[in-house]
Design a protein around this ligand. Sequence first.
Ligand code: AMP
Ligand code: TRP
Length: 328
Amino acid sequence: MTKPILVSGIQPSGRLHIGNYLGALKNFVELQNSGKYQCYFFIADLHSLTESYTPEEKHKQILELTADFVAAGLDPKKSVIFLQSQIPAHSELAWILSTITPTGELRRMTQYKDKSDNEKDSANTGLLTYPILMAADIILYDAKFVPVGEDQVQHLELTRTLARKFNSRFGEIFIEPQPILTETPRIMSLKNPEKKMSKSDPSSCVFLDDSPEDIRAKFKSATTDSGNEIKFDKAKPGISNLLKIFSAVSGESIKESEKMFAGSTYSNFKGAVAESIVAHFTDFRKRKSTLLARPKTLTNLLSSGSKKASLRANRKIKEIKNRVGLTV
Ligand code: AMP
Ligand code: TRP
């Protein structure tokens, strides 16, 4: 039996933080290594053009994210690793899907509302149509599974709706994909545990390639709660977030982690969480800087992955165009 297809992407729009890692990238590596899927992982560079950037920055961000992927354990021998913009079929399918997408569906997307909130009419159109391109990224590959963080689940629901709609109008051609979430699908900001850790607010983030000193300082000043018990509890969002982070990197359950820190002070606990992160990313940091010293290897890796991905994508877009009647 052929293995089910799994697809996911990350935007090259800045350094990865531990939310990206614990919600997505760490799981990409585990899913890849499980051997149960045909994996496609890509750099969502077209999506990232919806945020401000310079061309020099963009090029650098693409290389950095490719290095992040490989340093974290994605392996071009096991997964197809590619660059979205190298495969025109993504944009072509996005256009076709846009003609069956009601604008109202896009306007009610939480991410769009958050990102366009203070821009109103000047928000770029790409921010609005972003989920259509994401749907295209997924259904173009007949993906059954999509590992993502919780903030992307609404976009996946739209993807399913569009696949269904297209199928009922033009005949069964697309699979409705399902999200795969981790135990930590929503890591919260260290400054404000009521808000998600987000690249758009760098002060809320611990980055994967932060220096050990920075990591320690950030955890030291993390917002905690009243009381003094290390306990997973809705009323203790700061401590609960730290427990989740610790549990995810150490592999200990939340219950075990609570036991380990029973009687410990908040300050000692924060120090221990910081050390677990410092240790977890020591090799990652080394591998990343080695990879970045050889940018040509990274661009070659992407080109060869994109070649492989386009075999599947080109076959599919041809079939889609046929269904729609775009044939002469
Ligand atoms: P992005 O950088 O927006 O492309 O996000 C990359 C991946 O990280 C997506 O699957 C997101 O859902 C996930 N992600 C982003 N922020 C968080 C967070 N705070 N906690 C868990 N997952 C996250
Ligand atoms: N929108 C995703 C994010 O911001 C990135 C993304 C683009 C993606 N296309 C995708 C994720 C397809 C999964 C599948 O995190």
